[in-house]
Design a protein around this ligand. Sequence first.
Ligand SMILES: Cc1cc2nc3c(=O)[nH]c(=O)nc-3n(C[C@H](O)[C@H](O)[C@H](O)COP(=O)(O)OP(=O)(O)OC[C@H]3O[C@@H](n4cnc5c(N)ncnc54)[C@H](O)[C@@H]3O)c2cc1C
Length: 389
Amino acid sequence: MHDDVAIVGAGPAGAWAAVALARQGARVSIFDPSHPREKACGGGVTGRALALVGDAVAADSFARTIVRSARFVAAGRQWRAVNGSATDATVPLEDGALIVTSRAAFDAALVDAAVRAGARFVRARVVDVTIDARSAALETTAGRFTADVVVGADGANSLVRRRVASPFRRDQLSIAAGFYAHGATSREIVIELTGDPPGYIWSFPRPDHLAIGICAQADAGIGAAALRARTRTWIDRAGVAPGAALAPYSWPIPSLAARDYETLPLAGARWALAGDAAGLVDPITREGIFFALLSAGALADALGHERGWTPYVERVRDEAATELARAARLKAGFFRPAFLGLLLRALDESAAVRGVMADLIAGRQGYATLKWRLVKTLEVGLAWRALTA
Ligand SMILES: Cc1cc2nc3c(=O)[nH]c(=O)nc-3n(C[C@H](O)[C@H](O)[C@H](O)COP(=O)(O)OP(=O)(O)OC[C@H]3O[C@@H](n4cnc5c(N)ncnc54)[C@H](O)[C@@H]3O)c2cc1C
């Protein structure tokens, strides 16, 4: 069977590309062996991500936790260095800022939307992709398929990316590791900012369990086992999941450097990449679902355009890559212990700083203006100016 578009991977990027393309009348097949399945993820979906799919995925069609607040725990060394004995800081979140869902539920709702829109879902693994002047051919565990165009939406380990470009280098990935804590939930996300490794430990409440984890750049010399051990210690110290049954996970996340965003392999003759396969994840917050949906929609809009893939490449640059490159540039300064210490104290004392963090969590605070919003807030601003000068 020959399709207009064959999509490899039915995560948010692949399923959403299938919805958008099928709605345009394209003959689309989407290949994924894994559903129904969990995907290693916090499961935090920002209001801006939900807004992108709002006309296809009803708010009540999958189980979700509406998150009311973010609690920054004061257990870390940075906090103690600045505050001595410290209390946690709680940042209230507006309705609609962030939900947390299991990826089994969210991704299934997107796949259902794709099938309703007219896409064909093929429960098969793609084992090879070849592209010639006439078509793209997919060898799968359900046989051979061809299409005019193949879309690689097959995540951080993307086979399509390996065939049409090159895999992510180790320095372009981070490793996330942690546990699902079954039998515990809440209405708050819990975060500990850490300077080593630069990032944060998180607990995200799905409706019937917590997703807890930490991540580090893959070339930082700290592997999944050590990260999971760090998470285990934190679970006890922060007291986030008393009595819960812990199930381990680990998975890579594309975490590019600023210069990498200038040369993203996004599309070529008969192929395009979206979501994680294209490298589109915020290197500070690790938000990837929004960028997966955004890139999938932009790709679908561009297919068949008289300017070829150029509108897709331009939109990714303007609506995602420029911002992600800013995040990559700020990352080193953001997680520097001296800055974190001041930030944590300011979170405790300043409603303005809590407002900035609430917007950052909700994906509403751009990195271009982050510095200046913080600069207006006393010492944090001075520290930020010093760190990023
Ligand atoms: C631990 C962790 C926590 C995270 N937390 C968050 C968070 O809270 N919020 C957020 O926005 N982002 C988060 N992210 C990032 C987010 O998970 C990804 O950015 C997002 O899933 C990308 O979507 P995608 O559709 O591009 O890829 P994926 O969701 O990875 O989907 C790829 C799909 O392709 C399929 N596939 C792969 N290979 C093949 C093949 N050969 N043939 C057929 N199918 C194939 C897979 O089965 C999978 O279903 C987190 C990531 C990790 C690892």
